[in-house]
Design a protein around this ligand. Structure first.
Ligand SMILES: Cc1cc2nc3c(=O)[nH]c(=O)nc-3n(C[C@H](O)[C@H](O)[C@H](O)COP(=O)(O)OP(=O)(O)OC[C@H]3O[C@@H](n4cnc5c(N)ncnc54)[C@H](O)[C@@H]3O)c2cc1C
Length: 376
């Protein structure tokens, strides 16, 4: 086998396979290396949510581009990725949150997103099973949605192979070759060396370690987040409910009938542990049943944990590093499934054509970390 490629990608999640797909579509001969199996990192552990309700024009426009790409995937891949525009409803139980949502809605509408603030009564009309006690209203965007991460990665990875790229699973990158401040290739745990002038660090929660191999400091930290899924029941179109109360959470009914959800623990749990806890199971089911009491009769099928890869400001970290040809595409801070398609297509354009579609300073590598995303 030829050991020289146009681009080498480290990581087989949504970001690595997305980058590989879009680069291979442009005719580049890509090699993707995954230490475990495709989707084994955060991607196969996410709760499938895809939204465009962010607080700055670049992040909203990026998410809108992702939704466009998700919608086209069935045509592009030739099979369904279970995309469904089931909507996102951000619930405001305080005036403070209501005004934050309204302020963001103005920004979102200014870039063309169809989103509105609706009253508690309207929330109830949209989601009849919702308990609206103490609810003031909610930010509703019906073009937000969901898709299946396993099908999306299957589409991207099959595309890489169709476009004559190579995927190596169960292969770990253990070193990155840098000469004269230029990337030259990677070494793997199977003793092989692969050469390329472009190497992309798409290692998600492990991006910091992979950065170190090239002598580059990647400012990200992994954090454990737990999730659960219920048995499937009749599909009632319950959108992603986002509850920002300190004991809130996020959950949605999958098009296949199950409810899938998680919450952000009050105290961060650093690291890449995938341990699950009984506390989470009890607490998440209490929080879900409080919002949708009918769920009391639905059984939980499975629980798991995965990592968010956090940057200091909660925005992704993307672009070329100080080592020429060594790119990073990580730090998705809990939004990598939804942002992955757009960001990787932008990055592929940048690598091949040298331009970003619009001002993306807030996600670029090398920025000074500033204000945090308020729609976290
Ligand atoms: C509970 C939970 C719920 C979430 N819900 C959502 C959601 O609803 N919507 C959303 O958009 N996002 C969600 N996320 C976040 C989302 O899952 C991540 O942002 C996204 O999957 C990141 O993708 P990635 O490709 O960067 O990382 P990963 O999917 O983690 O992929 C990185 C890959 O790199 C591989 N790797 C690491 N080091 C090496 C090496 N040295 N050599 C070779 N391979 C290596 C790993 O094995 C891994 O497969 C959720 C996350 C969790 C944990």
């Amino acid at each position: 086998m030829n050991n020289t490629f146009d681009a080498i990608i480290i990581g087989g999640g949504i970001v690595g396979t997305g980058a590989g797909y879009y680069l291979s579509k442009k005719g580049l001969n890509v090699l993707l290396i995954e230490k475990n199996y495709l989707t084994s990192g955060s991607t196969g552990r996410c709760i499938t949510g895809i939204r465009q309700q962010f607080s700055t024009p670049p992040s909203i426009k990026t998410a809108m581009e992702s939704v466009r790409l998700f919608k086209n995937m069935e045509d592009e891949f030739g099979f369904s990725v279970e995309w469904k525009d089931s909507g996102y409803l951000f619930l405001a139980h305080t005036e403070e949150l209501a005004s934050m949502f309204k302020k963001n809605i103005e920004i979102q509408r200014s870039v063309g997103l169809d989103v509105e603030f609706i009253s508690a009564e309207e929330c109830k009309k949209r989601v009849p099973l919702l308990d609206t006690e103490a609810l003031i209203g909610g930010a509703w965007c019906e073009s937000d949605g969901q898709a299946d991460p396993f099908f999306v990665v299957k589409g991207f990875s099959s595309g890489i192979v169709k476009n004559h790229g190579t995927i190596k699973t169960r292969t770990q990158v253990v070193d990155i070759i840098v000469e004269d401040n230029k990337v030259k290739g990677v070494k793997t745990d199977s003793g092989d060396t692969y050469y390329s002038r472009v190497v992309i660090n798409a290692a998600g929660p492990w991006a910091k370690e992979v950065g170190k191999m090239a002598g580059v400091k990647i400012d990200v930290e992994p954090e454990r987040h737990e999730a659960l899924i219920t048995e499937g029941v009749e599909y009632m179109g319950i959108p992603m409910l986002v509850d920002y109360r300190p004991d809130g959470g996020y959950f949605v009914q999958r098009v296949t009938g199950q409810f899938i959800g998680c919450f952000t623990p009050e105290k961060q749990i650093p690291g890449t542990s995938t341990d699950s806890t009984l506390e989470f199971l009890k607490e998440m089911s209490r929080r879900m049943c409080r919002l949708v009491p009918a769920l009391e009769n639905v059984s939980i099928l499975r629980q798991w944990a995965g990592s968010y890869c956090m940057t200091p400001d909660g925005n992704p970290l993307v672009g070329e590093t100080e080592v020429s040809g060594f790119y990073v595409c990580t730090g998705m801070s809990g939004h990598g499934f939804m942002l992955g398609p757009a960001i990787t297509s932008f990055l592929s354009n940048y690598i091949t054509e040298g331009t970003w579609p619009f001002d993306l300073d807030e996600i670029l590598y090398g920025r000074t970390f500033g204000q945090k995303e308020s729609m976290k």
